[in-house]
Design a protein around this ligand. Sequence first.
Ligand SMILES: N[C@@H](CCC(=O)N[C@@H](CS)C(=O)NCC(=O)O)C(=O)O
Length: 273
Amino acid sequence: MNTPTTLRLHHSIFSASSQKVRLALVEKGLAHESVAVDLQAGEQHTPAYRALNPRGVVPTLIHGGAVLIESAAILEYLDDVFPEPALRPREPVARQRMRAWVRRLDDVHHPANGMMHYAILGRPALQALPPERLEAMLQAMPNRRDRALRAAAARQGVEAPEFADAVRTQEEMLDALDASLAGHAFLIGDEVSHADLVALPYVARLEQMGLLAVIDDAGRASLAGWYDRMKARPSWRETIGALPPQVIQHWQTLGRQAWPAIAPHLRRRPPTF
Ligand SMILES: N[C@@H](CCC(=O)N[C@@H](CS)C(=O)NCC(=O)O)C(=O)O
């Protein structure tokens, strides 16, 4: 039953931004109603959904009549309203560092992750669209940067200059994560925080693209240990770990086919590449 305090999440199980919020909901033990938004079918652009989220993106959380957008701001809201267990460090410097990570991941690594995703995994479906459908889909995207990256992924795929840039950007993310995790269990000390929940979907997407070697075999041992710790948590099992295995297998096949286009852009190429 829908009570004023029901949490209702509009999301896609494959979306990194949605996964961030779902990870936090599980970490906090918060039950919620789930409304699936089919991004491939363009449901994010229906007038009803765009009235909730004008940027036409997932996730959107509805709580007590409030419509909440932007995953990072939603995570802050959840901690404000449901303080325990806390997913933010109390100490101000640690909290600032956490927010800096969240900002960096959202601003810099989210678009790079999307570029890799659509150039490698989403392109077959984009190319199968009649040209006028593809154009309509691109035009429906209100954010100009998102639209330009999606167009490059659809038209040039792994040959796009934006793809090379995305691979380099994601390798920088791996290095920065690995450096921050040296000597710590989690990104901000010894407790899980928003920073870990926001980083996890992007690291997982690399594994889902068959690129785990860039973590395990490229000498990023602190990151590899963190990834194992994050995967041992119930929040992983109930969200990213529960994605359909046949989809992941298909993605890994597409990812391996893209290796020759990825490898030249890597600074630290694992021996298996
Ligand atoms: N900054 C936003 C980004 C949301 C976002 O980009 N969501 C993607 C999925 S991860 C989306 O809905 N894309 C719509 C599309 O592909 O048309 C947030 O964190 O909520």
